[in-house]
Design a protein around this ligand. Sequence first.
Ligand code: FDM
Ligand code: MG
Length: 243
Amino acid sequence: MPRRGAFVVIEGLDRSGKSTQASNLIQRLDDAQIPSKLIKFPDRSTPIGKLIDSYLRSETEVDDHAIHLLFSANRWELASSIVKDLEAGITVLCDRYAFSGIAFSASKVAPSDAPKPVVAEGSSIAPTHQTAPPLLPYSWCRSPDVSLPAPDLTVFLDILPEIASKRAGYGNERYENQEHQERVRELFSRISEEVEAEGVGRWVVLDGGLELKEVEEAIWREVREAVREGVEGELGGVKRLWD
Ligand code: FDM
Ligand code: MG
């Protein structure tokens, strides 16, 4: 059985603590002398990434379909180097991946010009954003990432959008608003069910609202196990989404 590095993805809403945890984790892997590499999507350094960056800062408008494909293309740019690294025994840690791609796009709804209905507190009437139809079909959002390297482990840092919105730096970029993030969170939950049903690696939900150190320890336990499985050949060859 092939020995290789583990492919670990960290996912979550904006301000769920992903980037902080990813850099702490890479430090721990370093300290444990486990060869590892940190990557992040979107990778804003490539020509495609620069366009995405400009879109996210609302400096450029791009059709919703086109930007979705660009986010995916931005992953495809790195796909073969990810596989090469894994096969060379390097653990690849990835801050956001295809699951963000699906969740953030499939949660888009047409902007409504209509004034919001007044809903009394405690009312069971659903707010407008839950009934607005999606702009992009879920299955369409999933397709450009088919055949990308599949993670062995996805750690989802779960946080309530309301709590995330109070964290520093929130609200600077496109998508960083509570209504969209609520829908993104629902989509992530649907994706996690599919990941589990289709056996696309392991999906672990951790409470991103806990103390930083607590979250770090929990992530470390999961990652150490994935690394061990890779070293001992239990992971098999690199799988593909959504084989
Ligand atoms: N995002 C990220 C997408 O919409 N699609 C994708 O494929 C990826 C990887 O980009 F709001 C969104 C998620 C987030 C924004 O991400 C920028 P960072 O992690 O905040 O840089
Ligand atoms: Mg962000």
